[in-house]
Design a protein around this ligand. Structure first.
Ligand code: GLC
Length: 473
């Protein structure tokens, strides 16, 4: 069975968020289970072609974008090691040779994003029409690939699967954008109530199957939580609904035993290295907190939805009690400023790295005692899964994939701290309970063991995707 997996970002080549991690690990897991997988993504200016040995394949073509003929060249990265997954890249320097994936250096979305991703999808359609790609299943992800199910609808022997990684982003487009699409599909598009079109809703309408990245989030979407009425009617039109399949993680990359970005490796049975990583993290960030004091880590885009307002309500009380905090991420300047203010007030106990740094992300996962992830909405979330693998106890809101992957502690049971409803007081109580358990060294030790023993490899979820791919046969 041939799978073509289309995504706007794929780790380790390009990454803005969790979609890249999934696109960079699920196809390999499917490949290991006997499927043949090809991943296709744009070739951005920031992709390191030399390091990843990306070369031009002997494939060129043109697509019609409105009245303009736009050329493309296909690049590929040779499979490395035992992984036979093929990675293809669509190149057009005018549209993709920029440092950002979606936004420029100031965080502003590129004005021609619709055109860029329409072009990407039309190239995929062209490659399929030319039989350069011959998928049995075209697996699309998020709105950047949301028009492909409709674009490929009339092709025999092809089924489309669409995965919703985040329902908050629709990929809205206007009538002017619509004119860039092939004439044959224009009258099949449904306007939304806001007088524009939604690539996400088109995908839900036209795909052969739709899923999202956790059972909890699938239930929330179908129940209409944070979903407007127009979208809900489109979701409810699908007799098969939306299936929830929990994301897995790349357990070779996110593994404290093998992680070569850490100063010290450790395993569930020999955890001495964890404390050394904590010491290294404190030193690196020039924190003077006691190595035995609780250390809270956070790796997150700085956006309201990730729960910063809840954290800010009680953080100073915990700082006053001697706890330390490390924040890594960028985004909303208002949240960044609030963190900077805290940093000025508590320089010995709080660190804030504004930006992204892969190496520091691994050290935070390994060196922290707790991982804070009180998101208001979280389709799956991956950092809580990495945290569990690294024995760093997550504190999460019970929503979407967070509720599906972290089990509330109670004596001798559970893997973390799960609060609800989404209120600052509930997060505070959860942290207070977590600190009590932290002080009981034997209980704390058992909690870490249980967290680290959980299996979040793709093996189980990849099987669920295979069931989905074969459910029509
Ligand atoms: C999006 C979601 C996140 C999910 C990721 C990968 O970034 O916000 O919850 O884990 O996609 O599916």
């Amino acid at each position: 069975m041939n799978i073509v997996f289309a995504a706007a970002e794929v780790a380790p080549f390009s990454k803005a968020g969790g979609l890249a991690d999934v696109a960079g690990s699920l196809p390999s897991a499917l490949q290991r289970q006997g499927l043949s997988c090809q991943v296709i993504s744009p070739l951005y200016g920031s992709v390191d072609r030399v390091h990843h040995r990306i070369e031009a394949a002997d494939i060129k073509g043109k697509v019609l974008l409105g009245k303009k003929t736009v050329p493309y060249v296909i690049f590929h990265s040779k499979p490395s090691g035992e992984d036979e997954t093929q990675y293809w890249f669509v190149s057009n320097p005018t549209l993709f040779d920029r440092d950002g994936i979606y936004t420029d250096a100031t965080g502003e979305g590129y004005a021609d994003n619709n055109q860029r991703f329409f072009f990407f999808q039309l190239v995929i359609l062209d490659l399929i029409s030319r039989k350069i790609l011959s998928p049995d299943i075209l697996h699309c992800n998020d709105h950047h690939t949301g028009l492909l199910p409709l674009l490929t609808k009339s092709l025999p022997q092809l089924r489309s699967v669409f995965t919703i990684h985040n329902f908050l982003y629709h990929g809205h487009f206007s009538d002017a954008d619509k004119a860039l699409l092939p004439e044959g599909i224009r009258n099949k598009l449904t306007p939304t109530q806001w007088d524009n079109y939604s690539a996400l809703l088109e995908a839900i309408t036209w795909s052969d199957a739709v899923n999202t990245v956790s059972p909890g989030y699938a239930r929330e979407l179908m129940a209409g939580e944070n979903v407007d009425e127009h979208s809900l009617s489109i979701i409810r039109n699908r007799p098969d609904g939306i299936l929830g399949i929990l994301n897995g993680i790349d357990v070779n990359y996110w593994n404290p035993e093998l992680d070569d970005l850490l100063p010290c490796n450790y395993s569930p049975t020999d955890r001495h290295g964890k404390k050394k990583n904590k010491r290294a993290l404190l030193e690196k960030l020039e924190l003077q907190a006691d190595v035995d004091a609780p250390l809270f880590g956070s790796i997150s885009r700085l956006v309201e939805n990730k729960g910063f307002a809840l954290i800010f309500e009680s953080i100073e009380d915990f700082l006053a009690d001697g706890a330390a905090f490390v924040f890594l991420g960028s985004g909303d300047p208002v949240i960044a400023m609030q963190l900077q203010d805290l940093l000025k007030k508590y320089p010995a106990q709080l660190a804030f790295y504004d930006g992204f740094n892969e190496k520091l992300a691994h050290l935070i996962e390994a060196g922290s005692d707790f991982f804070l992830m009180p998101s208001r909405v979280e389709p799956c979330g991956l950092n809580q899964l990495y945290s569990l693998q690294y024995g760093t106890i997550p504190i999460v809101n019970k929503t979407g994939g967070l509720g599906d992957s972290v089990e509330q502690w109670s004596a001798g049971q559970g893997t973390g701290f799960v609060f609800e409803p989404y209120l600052a007081i509930e997060l505070r109580k959860s942290i207070e309970l977590a600190l009590k358990v932290f002080d009981d060294k034997e209980e704390w030790d058992r909690l870490i063991s249980r967290a680290m023993e959980k299996d979040f490899s793709w093996a189980v979820s990849a099987k669920q995707y295979i069931e989905l791919y074969t459910s029509w046969k």
